[in-house]
Design a protein around this ligand. Structure first.
Ligand code: ADE
Length: 417
C-alpha cells in the first residue's frame, strides 16, 4: 500500500467513525456520565469485538472515559480496515485487526491485546476469555471481570462455569433486554439481508428463503425476509420455538426437506453441522447458502468440499461449489457471519443501545470489583431501564408513569372480581 493509499484509508475510517458517532446519542450520554464519574480512569481494558465503526466508538468512549484500551477483532473476516487504520493512526487507539486474518494472525492479535495485562475483558464469542483461561493464565489474578456480547459466547461461558473453571465474573450483555430484543432480532434481521443482497445482487421476492434456528436472530431474519416478499420456511429443533415459528405464519419443516426447495438458506443456530452432507445430497441447484451465526461451523464446509467436483469464486464473497451431478451451491463469505463479513454489521442505532449496555457493564464490574462471584451475571435491571429511557429520549418518545394508586394496586392481592 502506498503512503497515499494509507492516508485515504485513514480518512475513510475517520469519516465512518464520525458518522457512527453522530448516530449514537445513547452512548454519547453514557460517555459523559463515565467521564464525570471517573470510574474507568486508568482501568486497563482488553477488547475483542468486530472491529468496525460502531465498535470503534465504544472503544473510544472507554478511552475518553480514562481507560487504557486495546482492541482486536473477534472474527478474522469482520474487520473494516479503514476503521482499524483510523483508530490506530488518527485516534491513537491500540488496534490489532485486519480483514482476512489467518488463524495464526487472529490469535496473535488476541494475544497482543492481552499483553496489556487487563483488569476488564470485553469479548464477543469468548475467544479472548477462553485464551485467558488456557494459555494466558498468568493474567487471571489481575482481572476483575468482563462482558460477553453474544449468545455463542454466553453458551461457552455457561459451560465453563458449570465445569467450575470460569475464574471471574462476566456480565451477560447478550441477554439484557435492551440488547437481544433489538440487536439479535432487528439488527441481525436487517444486516443479514444486507449482507446477502450485497454479495449476490439477487432478488428475494417470490423466492423460497429457509432460516435455520428460530432464536432472536432467526426470528429477525425470517421477519425481514418475509418483508421482502420471500416465501419463508423455518427449521428448528426446539418444539416450543417451532410452534412459535408456525404461529408466526412460517412453514416449519426438517432441514432435509427444506433444502430441496431452498433458493436461499441461512443458518442462525449457534450450533455446528446444521447443514451437512445428507443435506447437500438433496439441496436445490443454485441455492445461496449463508451463515449468520457467530462461528463458521454451521455449514459443514469440509463435507461440501469433499462432495464438490469443483469450487471457484464467482463474485466477491461468493464461492460456487459444483457437486458431482452438476448442482451448484453458492456459499457466501466462506460460511462466516455474512452480516459482518460482507455487510457492515448491525445498524448504527442498534449498536448504540448494545454498546451503551457494554459501557455501563464495564463500569459495573469495576465499581463492584471483588463483590461479584466468578460466573455469568445478568445485567442489572437498572442498566436496562437506563438505556431504554435514553433511547426513548433519543427517539423523542414520551411514555406514561404509574400513579401512586396504580403502584399500590400492582403490589396488592386483595382486590379481585
Ligand atoms: N458490530 C459490532 N459488533 C457487532 C455484532 N456483534 N453484531 C453485528 N454488528 C456488530
Amino acid at each position: 500500500m502506498t503512503e497515499k493509499d494509507e492516508i485515504d484509508l485513514v480518512e475513510k475510517g475517520v469519516l465512518r467513525l464520525e458518522w457512527a458517532r453522530e448516530h449514537m446519542p445513547v452512548l454519547a450520554r453514557v460517555r459523559e456520565e463515565l467521564k464525570s464519574s471517573g470510574v474507568l480512569k486508568g482501568v486497563k481494558i482488553s477488547m475483542a469485538l468486530h472491529t468496525e465503526a460502531k465498535t470503534g466508538i465504544l472503544a473510544l468512549t472507554l478511552k475518553e472515559a480514562g481507560a487504557r484500551v486495546r482492541l482486536a477483532s473477534c472474527n478474522p473476516l469482520s474487520t473494516d480496515d479503514s476503521v482499524a487504520a483510523a483508530l490506530r493512526e488518527h485516534y491513537g487507539l491500540e488496534t490489532y485487526a485486519r480483514k482476512g486474518e489467518t488463524r495464526e494472525e487472529y490469535y496473535e492479535h488476541l494475544n497482543r491485546v492481552l499483553d496489556l495485562g487487563p483488569e476488564v475483558i470485553i469479548d464477543d464469542g469468548t475467544d479472548l476469555i477462553s485464551l485467558v483461561h488456557t494459555t494466558r493464565k498468568e493474567l487471571l489474578d489481575n482481572i476483575v471481570g468482563g462482558n460477553e456480547e453474544t449468545t455463542t459466547g454466553i453458551v461457552r461461558l455457561r459451560a465453563m462455569a458449570s465445569e467450575g473453571v470460569l475464574r471471574f465474573p462476566v456480565m451477560d450483555v447478550n441477554d439484557a433486554d435492551m440488547k437481544h430484543l433489538f440487536d439479535n432480532r432487528y439488527g441481525t434481521g436487517q444486516s443479514t439481508l444486507d449482507g446477502i443482497m450485497t454479495a449476490t445482487n439477487l432478488q428475494l421476492s417470490g423466492k423460497r428463503f429457509v432460516v435455520a434456528g428460530y432464536g432472536w436472530c432467526g426470528r429477525g431474519i425470517a421477519m425481514r425476509a418475509r418483508g421482502m416478499g420471500a416465501r419463508v420456511a423455518v427449521c428448528e429443533v426446539d418444539p416450543v420455538k417451532a410452534v412459535e415459528a408456525r404461529m408466526d405464519g412460517f412453514d416449519v419443516l426438517p432441514m432435509a426437506e427444506a433444502v430441496e426447495d431452498a433458493d436461499f438458506l441461512v443458518t442462525a443456530t449457534g450450533c455446528a453441522g446444521v447443514v451437512s452432507s445428507e443435506h447437500f445430497k438433496r439441496i436445490k441447484d443454485g441455492c445461496v447458502l449463508a451463515n449468520a451465526g457467530h462461528f463458521d461451523n454451521e455449514v459443514d464446509k469440509e463435507a461440501l468440499s469433499s462432495l464438490a467436483r469443483e469450487r471457484r469464486r464467482v463474485r466477491e464473497f461468493v464461492d460456487r461449489y459444483v457437486l458431482g451431478d452438476g448442482r451448484r451451491i453458492d456459499l457466501l463469505a466462506e460460511g462466516r457471519l455474512v452480516n459482518l463479513a460482507v455487510g457492515q454489521g448491525h445498524p448504527v442505532e442498534i449498536m448504540d443501545m448494545s454498546f451503551a449496555i457494554q459501557a455501563l457493564c464495564a463500569a459495573h464490574v469495576v465499581s463492584h470489583a471483588g463483590e461479584l462471584e466468578p460466573g455469568v451475571h445478568p445485567v442489572p435491571r437498572e442498566i436496562d431501564e437506563r438505556v431504554a429511557r435514553l433511547e426513548l429520549d433519543a427517539m423523542g418518545v414520551s411514555i406514561d408513569t404509574l400513579t401512586e394508586e396504580q403502584r399500590r394496586y400492582l403490589s396488592s392481592w386483595r382486590e379481585g372480581t
